[in-house]
Ligand binder design. Structure first.
Ligand SMILES: CC(C)=CCC/C(C)=C/CC/C(C)=C/CC/C(C)=C/[C@@H]1[C@@H](COP(=O)(O)OP(=O)(O)O)[C@]1(C)CC/C=C(\C)CC/C=C(\C)CCC=C(C)C
Length: 600
């Protein structure tokens, strides 16, 4: 009996496992636990017969003074643990690196003449020959015979998806653990913790002390793990986005369902949904760093629907904001309203408060309308708004909020915002509504919340939306002034001996404004932030009442945005380029902390 092999684990495989677990813990979902368990079971079950054969036929051995003693099918327990921990570590690294990805956007239709289709890993044929001949190539052959058929199977199931993914979530999680295990293996072989018998190896080395067979073994096993994970993600992506093929919710899809998804012919994919999602993710990434970061913490269909909702709101807001004239902006509002009328079929809310879904005829007519009336790059975002899970009222209310923006012109620089109540109403319309829509999606994807509780959540969420809008206005004082808009209530301006006109002119000046004026701006900004925090404090505890799966992500969404407000409140903070921002590293830190729990 000896401790050598156990020490390899204690020194080299368990510490990275602890580190990776600590990094991933707050992001870990039930689906992740399921796939870790699934993969480890497959890894252990498929390796035991092969490894046991290798030991019994004397291809490799473990000196008795290097292992603890207990074995399973002649395999030392430390070795069985190795299969578990290697799969665990590579899986966690893969999960960390691919967390930001939204997998359904990498689904593609099979292309005619796709060169990847013909890439075959045909090494197993070579492997058979080597094993039959025996001798120096035996171990190499056995590795190929064992690993290549699994790789070919996984490749043929998921190659289209695999080649679309960024290298950081395919090559990197293969390369890093492989290199690390090569180093660990070199040390173990040198110490004689395990031994490859002389007659069955080629004697080739990758570097002094690292046999080619061992190097290949670790490379191929990490390929197997990552290919397996990619195939799993491919199947889940198909289930999540193609709701027409997979209408039910599957929190933990069974292997037969995963296989069914992978075998769905690529020609049956709904290309518009994939393209629409790709465009929406791109839009989100470009336009909102806070919500882009937060979106990666939401899961699966809820994440997809939130992104579609974001994209709809963004497209609608931009159409109106970027219109060349007030008349054009008004026309966009009318067209958007008409689109909602058609999508919801003019129906009303159901008795239980939920929206009556539009029937297929309405959908078809609404789609035709969008295609004829809106710019091509906006069509998919408008059409993919998940109207079936959303009540129509907040959407119409949002349009009323956009209409309030149309009241700003050079004769009316305060638009419809005269008093604090007007500003609250504006916030309620453009952001309270967005919060209601987000919560409706949460409650649809995590059903079972009692009606009374849902109403309280809606009311608190609505306040949180207003908090975010106050933050948005405090952040954009200069940007809005450049657009000729002043959202600050007249009563507040009056207190600082300003008017909407003087406020806008002061902020628009090309030369630096006087300290006296800047002080007034900061007083106003600080008042806006006080109001933001008033609404925030009133509603923040309600996040902890949301369904468990949505709590931490919602915390991240809200807090990453409110961090902008916190930054502006820091003494000495200077708003650069007219707009307050949060440095990238701080954004990630805040998200990270909020995944662990609420601010106390
Ligand atoms: C994670 C994820 C993808 C979330 C999506 C959230 C979403 C749908 C946002 C819509 C954003 C949008 C474009 C709305 C149009 C109206 C508008 C401009 C509203 C302002 C957003 C600011 O975004 P941004 O800074 O990018 O805009 P500008 O550059 O200034 O044009 C708003 C400030 C509103 C955002 C409000 C919310 C997201 C609601 C937040 C509240 C909740 C989610 C509820 C929390 C729950 C409880 C129970 C308290």
């Amino acid at each position: 009996m000896g401790l050598d092999y156990a020490l390899v684990h204690l020194k080299y495989t368990i510490p990275p496992a602890i580190l990776l677990s600590a990094v991933y813990a707050p992001l870990c979902t039930r689906l992740d636990l399921y796939r870790i368990a699934f993969l480890i079971s497959i890894a252990v079950l498929s390796t035991i017969p092969w490894d046991s054969y290798l030991i019994r036929t004397g291809v490799w051995s473990y000196p008795p003074n290097a292992v603890l003693g207990p074995t399973l099918f002649d395999i030392p327990l430390e070795e069985i643990f190795f299969f578990v921990i290697q799969t665990f570590n590579t899986t966690l690294l893969y999960l960390i690196l691919s967390k930001p990805l939204l997998h359904p956007i990498y689904l593609v239709k099979e292309k005619v003449g796709d060169k990847w289709k013909f890439v075959k890993i045909a090494g197993h044929l070579r492997g058979w020959g080597w094993v039959q001949n025996g001798g120096a190539h035996t171990y190499l052959g056995l590795i190929l015979i064992w690993a290549v058929p699994f790789l070919v199977l996984l490749w043929s199931l998921a190659y289209q998806f695999l080649v679309q993914l960024p290298w950081t979530s395919t090559l990197l999680p293969i390369a890093l653990p492989t290199l690390y295990l090569w180093i660990v293996d070199t040390l173990a072989l040198r110490r004689g913790t395990w031994v490859i018998e002389a007659g069955t190896k080629t004697g080739w080395t990758l570097w002094p002390g690292l046999e080619v067979e061992e190097a290949l073994f670790f490379f191929l096993t990490n390929c197997l793990i990552v290919f397996g994970l990619v195939a799993f993600d491919n199947a889940v992506a198909i289930i999540d986005i193609f709701t027409a093929h997979f209408p039910s919710r599957h929190e933990l899809p069974l292997p037969n369902l995963l296989l069914k998804a992978l075998l769905l012919p690529a020609r049956a994919y709904d290309d518009d949904r994939v393209l629409g999602l790709q465009q929406s993710v791109e839009r989100l990434q470009k336009k909102s760093r806070s919500f882009y970061l937060a979106s990666s913490t939401f899961q699966r269909r809820l994440r997809i629907d939130l992104i579609f909702l974001y994209s709809f709101c963004r497209v609608a807001d931009d159409l109106i904001d970027n219109a060349e004239s007030p008349a054009e902006a008004k026309e966009w509002v009318q067209k958007l309203r008409k689109y909602l009328d058609l999508s919801y079929g003019g129906g009303t809310k159901g008795g239980d408060g939920t929206a009556i879904p539009a029937n297929d005829v309405n959908r078809g007519v609404a789609t035709m309308y969008v295609m004829n009336q809106f710019p091509p790059e906006t069509c998919l975002s408008l059409m993919l708004l998940p109207t079936n899970h959303l009540a129509k009222e907040p959407l119409y209310e949002l349009l009323k909020g956009f209409e309030m923006d149309l009241a700003f012109d050079k004769y009316h620089p305060s638009g419809q915002i005269k008093t604090e109540r007007d500003l609250d109403l504006y916030g309620a319309r453009v952001a309270g509504t967005v919060a209601l829509l987000c919560i409706q999606l949460v409650l649809f994807h995590y059903p079972g919340i009692p009606e009374m509780k849902a109403k309280v959540l809606m009311a608190d969420g609505h306040d949180m939306g207003i908090a975010l809008q106050y933050t948005n206005i405090a952040r954009d004082l200069k940007v809005d002034a450049l657009a000729g808009r002043c959202y600050v209530p007249n009563s507040w301006l009056k207190k600082e001996k300003l008017t909407a006109e003087t406020f806008i002119v002061g902020l628009k000046l090309s030369r630096p404004p006087s300290d006296f004026f800047l002080h007034k701006v900061e007083v106003i900004r600080s008042r806006l932030l006080d109001r933001a925090f008033e609404f925030y404090e009133k509603s923040v505890d309600a996040i902890e009442e949301l369904p468990p799966g949505a709590r931490a992500p919602m915390r991240v969404a809200v807090e990453s945005y409110m961090q902008i407000a916190r930054e502006m409140r820091n003494p000495g903070y200077v708003v650069k380029d007219g707009r307050a921002t949060v440095p990238g590293w701080k954004r990630i830190l805040v998200a990270w902390q909020r995944l662990y729990g609420p601010r106390r």
